[in-house]
Design a binder for this molecule. Structure first.
Ligand code: HPA
Length: 307
C-alpha cells in the first residue's frame, strides 16, 4: 500500500465531498447541510449517535462515499450520520465506526474522513476511543480527557503527514504543542461537573500503539516509563490531521481495561498467579464501553451544545 499522490488524493476527497453535498441537497433548509463538528466514535462508543435528534438526519454508509474505506472491526458499524445535537441544534457529523492502521489501511486512508470533514467546513473534531489504563491510578470505566499524546509509530516514521505536504490544508512542519484545545477540555470538565457525573474523569497522555495486539507486560512498563497514562490503537493520526487542517480538537479515552505491567510469574514458583490474570480482551473493551457510554453521551450533549 503506497501513498496516493497529492493531486489524486485531493481529487478523491473532492469527489467524496461532492457526493456528500449531493446527498445533503434535500436537507438544504436544515442545519445539517453545514456541519460544524465531526464526532469520531471509538470501540463500543457508537451509542453516542443516539444523542443526535431523530430529525433532520441523514445516514450514509461508508461504502456509498467514493474513496472512503469500510470498517472491518466488530463494534464499528461504518456509517456517517448527519444530524443535530442539543437545544442549540448544533449540526454534526457522527462517524460510527473508525478506520485503523492495523486493519491494513494507510494513514491517508484512515484520516480521509477528517480531511473530508474539513472540506465540508467542519470546525471542531471530537474524538473518542477505548484505551488501556497504564497509569496505575486509572480503573476500568474511568474517563481520561486527552491533554497530550505520544505518537510512537510516528516517531519511527509511520506518520500521517509523511510524504508531500498537502498545502491546501496546512504547513509542512505542523506544531503539536497546542494539539488539544484547553477551552474544549475545560468545557467538557465543567459540563461533567454541572451534570453531577460521578465516574472518575482524569486528564493525561494518550500513547498511540499501532496494534493490533494488546501490549505485553514489558511494553506496558515501557509506556508507563515514557509518560503514557493510557494506550490505544487510534486517535493520534486523526488528531494530527485535524490540527494540520486547522480544526480544534477534543479527545476522550474511556479506560476499558487495566494494562498488565507486572512481571510474569517466575518459572521458579510452584503455584503462581495465573498468567492470564487481568489479560485484555476485545469483549471486555466493548462491555466496559457500553456501560460508560451513557455518561459520555450526556457530557457530549452538553459540551457540543455550546459549540
Ligand atoms: N491496549 C491498546 N488498545 C486498547 C486497549 C489496550 O489495553 N484497550 C482498549 N484499546
Amino acid at each position: 500500500m503506497s501513498l496516493v499522490a497529492p493531486k489524486d488524493y485531493m481529487a478523491l476527497l473532492d469527489k467524496a465531498a461532492s457526493s456528500l453535498k449531493e446527498k445533503l441537497a434535500p436537507f438544504k433548509d436544515t442545519p445539517i447541510v453545514s456541519p460544524r463538528v465531526l464526532i469520531i466514535c471509538g470501540s463500543g462508543l457508537g451509542g453516542i449517535a443516539n444523542v443526535l435528534a431523530p430529525e433532520p438526519r441523514l445516514e450514509v454508509p461508508y461504502g456509498d462515499i467514493p474513496g472512503f474505506k469500510t470498517s472491518t472491526v466488530p463494534g464499528h458499524a461504518g456509517k456517517l450520520i448527519f444530524g443535530t445535537i442539543g437545544e442549540n441544534k448544533v449540526p454534526v457529523i457522527c462517524m460510527v465506526g473508525r478506520l485503523h492502521f492495523y486493519e491494513g489501511y494507510t494513514f491517508q486512508e484512515t484520516t480521509f474522513p477528517v480531511r473530508l470533514a474539513k472540506l465540508l467546513n467542519v470546525k471542531t473534531v471530537v474524538v473518542t476511543n477505548a484505551a488501556g489504563g497504564v497509569n496505575e491510578k486509572f480503573k476500568p470505566g474511568d474517563l481520561m480527557i486527552i491533554e497530550d499524546h505520544i505518537n510512537f509509530p510516528g516517531l519511527a516514521g509511520f506518520h500521517p503527514l509523511k510524504g508531500p505536504n498537502l498545502e491546501e490544508f496546512g504547513p509542512r512542519f505542523q506544531p503539536l504543542s497546542d494539539a488539544y484545545s484547553h477551552e474544549l477540555r475545560h468545557l467538557f470538565f465543567k459540563k461533567a461537573s454541572l451534570l453531577g457525573v460521578t465516574r472518575a474523569i482524569h486528564q493525561g497522555t494518550y500513547f498511540f500503539a499501532a496494534g493490533p495486539t494488546f501490549e505485553s507486560r514489558a511494553e506496558v512498563r515501557m509506556i508507563r516509563t515514557l509518560g503514557g497514562d493510557a494506550v490505544g490503537m487510534s486517535t493520534v493520526p486523526e488528531v494530527i490531521v485535524a490540527r494540520h487542517s486547522g480544526m480544534d480538537v477534543l479527545a476522550l479515552s474511556l479506560i476499558t481495561n487495566a494494562g498488565v505491567g507486572e512481571k510474569p510469574p517466575s518459572a521458579f514458583e510452584e503455584n503462581p498467579k495465573p498468567l492470564d490474570d487481568g489479560m485484555a480482551s476485545h469483549d471486555e473493551v466493548l462491555e466496559s464501553a457500553n456501560e460508560a457510554s451513557k455518561d459520555v453521551q450526556k457530557i457530549f450533549t452538553a459540551t457540543i451544545n455550546e459549540l
